[in-house]
Ligand binder design. Structure first.
Ligand code: IMP
Ligand code: MG
Length: 174
């Protein structure tokens, strides 16, 4: 039988929470300009919806890293599209990621951004799997905490597939 995709977080729930997150971020930065830096590829769906809901001055940038091979983290972070220091220097950077799992990617990225002398750096993540941490990490803004489950959709992939689902789901193998 073909594996069935179950819905974990519906499109409606995602969109409602994203609106709240955008308002929370706006309260913190108020009239200061923010540079939303989204991690490719997984975070783009979340980042676009977050930025569309953000009612303030904002700049947009992207960085690409990869650390995953199927379901297994290799533990090694590979920087595939770097940032430019001229775009980061003196900016209030908000790094946007799809999910924090072991914490390795965000730990790496925060240190990487800090080397470019931003005014400040904060982190925003759609999903957090705290039980999976290998290195300590706490994001400043978190959409939803989830249990240890491999999820797909809304940017998240399994071997590059399923990113285009409008909800967060998981594959029911039963
Ligand atoms: P970390 O470095 O272990 O925190 O991993 C973060 C990256 O692993 C994320 O950007 C995702 O690309 C990937 N990842 C972790 N958990 C999942 C999952 O449940 N589904 C899909 N990708 C995941
Ligand atoms: Mg990713």
């Amino acid at each position: 039988m073909k594996n069935k995709i179950e819905v974990l977080i519906s499109e409606e729930k995602l969109q409602a929470r994203i609106k709240e997150l955008a308002e929370e971020i706006k309260k913190d930065y108020n009239d200061s300009e923010v540079l939303f830096c989204s991690v490719l590829k997984g975070a783009i769906f979340f980042a676009v919806d977050l930025m569309k809901n953000y009612d303030g001055d904002a700049l947009v940038d992207f960085v690409r890293v990869s650390s995953y091979d199927g379901e297994n983290s290799t533990g090694k972070i590979i920087l595939k599209i770097p940032l430019k220091e001229e775009n980061i220097k003196d900016k209030n950077v908000v790094l946007i990621e799809d999910i924090v799992d072991t914490g390795r990617t965000f730990n790496y990225l925060v240190e990487y951004v800090k080397k470019m002398n931003p005014k400040s750096v904060k982190t925003c993540v759609m999903l957090d799997k705290p039980s999976r941490r290998v290195v300590p990490f706490k994001a400043d803004y978190v959409g939803f905490e989830i249990e240890d489950l491999f999820v797909i959709g809304y940017g998240l992939d399994y071997d590059e597939k399923y990113r285009n689902l409008p909800y967060i789901g998981y594959i029911n193998e039963k």
